[in-house]
Design a protein around this ligand. Structure first.
Ligand code: HEC
Ligand code: HEC
Length: 348
């Protein structure tokens, strides 16, 4: 018995060691993938995935993907504007105005729902939508595939990027998504400040940061995590007819008070705020021309404090003018990456 006991004693430290090693390995891997400096480079490692990113970039900037070859993804999602459009509403190939503001595309990689109402579950699926949408690029999938097949470059590029499947519709989405995942605004003054460099942000931006993460403003209740979004849907009290998420849930219209907080009427996806300084105007309807207007609106408890289903975290805040400016400085200075994004000038 004693021998048995001592032998388990001997075995135990070894297995504990393995357990701890495993634990630290898993911990290291997990913490890498959520660290603010993850996804730094545009490369995802293997040569095939690098080719996928390059192919996705080419597709993103290629007007071939629209019915009359007049527009690419980048016509609306402009690199120099955080991949958003500096107008309230972009126009599609028929010169029609779209119903919602073109959102920025920064740091979308961790997201699980896309569009202002979250109706698309992945970047790869989302990417095919604007191409075929008659209001946007208006190119049906069959026609798009024909164009790509007849192109002098695309068949080879698809074969290299997707060695097992080549030029296929799903791969168009996967390549575009691979490129979009490289649009990362990292190494911001805020990141450097958090990593210990106390000189990375001005005093005003530091005060703004404290306000942003304080219960006084509640900003970080919704704008949380590395990308400053909870990925959820909230009614922030903006005026307008757009039902937002409720049109997808199909519950918003049927739910009655006293449970307004369970419903999603006029709720929109919380946008991430990295590189937000570039993508004015703001909100799903582009109603605010600059960041100051956004914060002045939050400070006032928003446009329609009585909006049915308005989030409980939206209410008058009582910031002074100086505090408003500090918050703007945090968003503008603190969250802007030194990385620049531009349309490619070289070949593929
Ligand atoms: C005509 C302008 C226009 C074009 C062209 C366009 N988009 Fe968009 N994009 C929009 C608008 C507007 C929305 C928001 C629509 C909504 O939420 O209902 C959007 C939303 C998105 C989103 C969701 C972002 C988020 O935070 O959920 C992604 C990703 C995106 N577009 C990628 C693309 C890609 C890839 C292409 C090219 C294949 C493209 N877009 C072409 C206007 C455009
Ligand atoms: C209840 C959740 C919630 C709170 C609290 C909140 N936001 Fe937002 N924020 C959102 C949502 C949702 C949107 C998009 C609303 C829309 O378009 O209808 C948004 C939009 C924004 C935008 C515009 C982003 C863009 O791409 O158009 C900025 C900037 C912003 N919020 C900053 C702040 C700041 C600063 C605070 C604190 C004063 C704050 N938010 C508090 C949920 C919230």
């Amino acid at each position: 018995m004693i021998r048995d006991y001592s032998s388990t004693q001997k075995v135990l430290p070894g297995s504990i060691k393995i357990f701890f090693i495993l634990f630290f390995v898993i911990f290291a891997v997990c913490s890498c993938s959520v660290s603010p400096t993850a996804n730094l480079s545009t490369s995802q490692g293997s040569p095939a995935s690098d080719k996928r990113i390059k192919l996705g970039e080419k597709l993103f900037f290629d007007k071939l993907l629209s019915a009359d070859k007049s527009m690419s993804c980048s016509t609306c999602h402009k690199p120099e504007h955080g991949f958003a459009d500096p107008v309230e509403f972009s126009q599609g190939v028929r010169d029609n105005q779209l119903a919602r503001h073109t959102p920025h595309l920064m740091n979308l990689s961790g997201g699980s729902s896309f569009f202002w109402d979250g109706r698309s579950p992945s970047l790869a699926k989302q990417a095919l939508d604007p191409i075929k949408n008659p209001d946007e690029m208006d190119l049906p999938p069959k026609q798009m595939m024909l164009r790509l097949r007849n192109d002098t470059e695309y068949p080879d590029l698809f074969n290299a990027a997707f060695p097992n499947s080549g030029l296929k519709l799903v791969n168009v989405g996967l390549a575009l998504a691979a490129f979009e995942r490289t649009l990362v605004a990292d190494n911001t003054p805020f990141d450097r400040f958090q990593a210990g460099d106390k000189t990375a942000m001005s005093a005003s931006a530091q005060r703004g940061m404290k306000l942003f993460f304080s219960p006084k403003t509640n900003c970080s209740k919704c704008h949380s995590g590395n990308n400053l979004t909870d990925g959820k849907f909230h009614n922030t009290g903006l005026i307008g007819d757009d039902l937002g998420r409720a049109a997808i849930d199909r519950v918003g219209n049927f739910q009655m008070r006293p449970y307004p907080f369970f419903q999603t009427q006029k709720a929109f996806k919380t946008p991430g705020l990295r590189n937000i300084a570039f993508s004015a105007p703001y909100m799903h309807n582009g109603v605010f021309k600059n960041l100051k207007q956004v914060i002045v609106n939050y400070n006032a408890g928003s446009q329609d404090p009585e909006s049915y289903g308005i989030s409980l975290d939206i209410r008058q805040i009582g910031l002074t003018d100086k505090q408003i400016d500090d918050l703007v400085t945090f968003l503008q200075e603190g969250l802007t990456s030194p990385r620049t994004f531009a349309a490619p000038t070289t070949g593929y």
